[in-house]
Design a protein. Structure first.
Length: 374
């Protein structure tokens, strides 16, 4: 089933194997995508669909050193070389729109101001990667530091952030992307409004579940107005507790979010399952309920093997499956799955920052068999 074509909006995907968003921290000065990044994504163009690494919609939305943006002309030009190379290889690619919210540091923020969130709560022990010496991804070492205490967004400031997401979508289309994905998962800004353990507001954006979903609703509406429903997806993480984001009733909360997104008609909902050791298990009944409530395309990602992916599609829970780290190490992953070839091991020492090592130097099966590098 992984190798049957799938219709997603106006796109026909040749397979159901998705490359999900994965931070790689290799952008150039000004957080501009580089030629090396274009090579990296083009190498993996055989995916049914590529979703880029999280890409900040504003400088305020940045939480880690060397991550790319989509808010300057130079960044748009950098992404154009990425989409051009992917399309030249026959691929399809969406950009993930990202705002980290409180998961940032004053050194990354415009004017050294505090990061922003739904509240002033700190996620103790949650660290971000900064580059205090400004040496860049290839020569820099950087360091992990506790995220800074956030400022709770005012309603006027919330409206400005919604505009940033819309402009990010506009810039993504100008850069040649086939669509965009809103990052509403993993403890970042949209998630900070959704989850009851973070959002302690008492205004129109907090308190009841309906109010906690308002920011998600407004961001999604604004992006749809720019890109159209068939080119907009949303990523959610119902049971993850990443970055200190916890909800008291996650199943009720995220079934309500799915219902909201179904009403808005987004092209897909992308579920990030918790994938660390001893992570919360997402019950089959929860997945079945999501399928009943949300009528669009459902994508799952999180430690999937080929066998687990085939089973999820056969059971009707998922339409597409994301393979994260396997795609990092295997640019020809769909063909390796199809042929039953073994996978390259992952170079965990070079996941973030640096140059070609652990990024574009993984061999395809054909190249490794002939003794030639990728």
């Amino acid at each position: 089933m992984l190798f049957t074509p799938y219709r997603l909006g106006a796109l026909t995907l040749p397979n159901r194997i998705l490359m999900p968003p994965m931070t790689r921290s290799r952008s150039g000065p000004g957080n501009v995508p580089t030629a090396l990044m274009a090579e990296y994504y083009a190498q993996r163009a055989s995916a049914g669909l590529i979703i880029t690494e999280g890409t900040q919609v504003s400088q305020q939305g940045q939480g880690y050193a060397w991550t790319p943006g989509i808010h300057s002309a130079e960044q748009v030009a950098g992404w154009k070389q990425v989409t051009a190379k992917v399309h030249a290889e026959g691929g399809r690619i969406f950009l993930q729109l990202w705002h980290v919210g409180r998961i940032s540091h004053v050194s990354l923020q415009p004017g050294g101001r505090p990061p922003v969130s739904s509240s002033e709560k700190i996620a103790e022990g949650v660290k971000v990667f900064i580059d205090p010496d400004h040496r860049g991804p290839e020569g820099g070492v950087g360091g992990m530091v506790q995220h800074s205490k956030p400022h709770a967004l005012t309603e006027r400031e919330i409206a400005l952030v919604v505009q940033d997401f819309a402009q990010g979508a506009r810039n993504a289309l100008a850069a040649g992307f086939d669509g965009v994905e809103i990052h509403a998962a993993n403890g970042y800004l949209v998630n900070q409004f959704i989850d009851s353990g973070v959002n302690d507001r008492a205004d129109a954006y907090g308190g009841t579940l309906q109010k906690r979903l308002r920011f998600l609703h407004e961001v999604t509406q604004a992006v749809i107005a720019v890109a159209g429903r068939e080119r907009v997806g949303v990523r959610l993480s119902p049971l993850t507790t990443l970055a200190g984001s916890i909800d008291e009733t996650p199943q009720a909360t995220y079934l309500a979010a799915a219902k909201l997104l179904d009403g808005l008609g987004v092209a897909y909902v992308h579920i990030a399952e918790a994938d660390w050791e001893d992570a919360p298990f997402m019950p089959p009944a929860f997945k079945e309920a999501l399928r009943m409530i949300y009528s669009g395309t459902l994508i799952y990602a999180g430690k999937y093997t080929q066998a687990r992916a085939e089973d999820a599609i056969a059971r009707g829970w998922a339409d597409l499956i994301g393979f994260g780290r396997p795609f990092v190490a295997n640019p020809d992953l769909p063909e390796r799955f199809r042929q039953g070839w073994p996978l390259n091991p992952l170079d965990t020492d070079h996941l973030f920052g640096g140059g070609a090592q652990g990024f574009t130097n993984y061999p395809t099966w054909a190249a490794s068999e002939s003794g030639v590098g990728a």
